[in-house]
Design a protein around this ligand. Sequence first.
Ligand code: CAA
Length: 258
Amino acid sequence: MDYQNIKFEKDGAIAILTVDRPKARNALNSATFHEMDHALRSLKDDTRALIVTGGGDKSFVAGADIAEMSTISAAQAREFSALGHHVFASLENLPIPTIAAVNGFALGGGLELALGCDLIYASENAQLGVPEVALGVIPGFGGTQRLTRLLGRARAKELLFTADRIDAAKAKEIGLVLEVLPPDQLMAHCKAVAAKILKNGPLAVAQAKRVVEYGADQDLRAANELERQGFAVLFGSEDQREGMAAFLAKRPANFQGK
Ligand code: CAA
């Protein structure tokens, strides 16, 4: 597929998906979602981490495309919402770590995209928010739910009700982003985090992600059972034998993801 709205590149084992419509501040229209869906489906086993970012130097993603949404019916809005939910759920369900490099505006659907990633890092010039109520709507790609699970109800409601844009420092203070970097260091930082993860057992990282994600929606008893199962399953892997043998032999582990 020839992409018009995204760039999809590989840097070793790291894939980089750039939403690339800088003239529209990388707003998400249906065509962009279809391209993202295609890109995520095309990931092969040799990709072990994914970084998501925005094209140009101003914006990560400034939300869903308001021009496209401005004239749609309620039925079409439902379809558009379902499309966004589908793509962000696909992102969330990838068995590899995903990192949002928030290099500017992450508003509405843009913040929802970042929230679909495992780790969020932001540049000093980033501004984040969910301004949908200022347009007479609410977030439609999982933002009301993922934001609430991450920040708690009061903080999420504050952002949702006021439509405020917060800067990167405030976003870090409230736990929305993990670290704030100078713009020219953001991507290097995200790649360094990915490289650190890549040294570890890929099956173990995938299990850690799975257990955290599925466990978050369960009561503690069921969630802990998920952990017990995930722990035991890894003892059927070559990576577990390699990781422990390497420790005992005082050498670095050479994980094969098997
Ligand atoms: N959709 C469509 N076009 C957008 C857009 C969006 N979300 N955001 C920006 N653009 C377009 C502008 O219309 C403008 O186009 P023209 O040059 O053709 O006029 C171009 O991008 C540049 O925008 P600005 O001139 O406004 O650029 P700026 O740097 O001064 O401001 C901004 C940038 C703060 C991001 C501002 O554009 C803005 O507030 N954008 C809208 C943000 C927003 O409300 N996002 C939520 C969308 S709703 C949503 O996401 C719903 C959902 O969950 C499903």
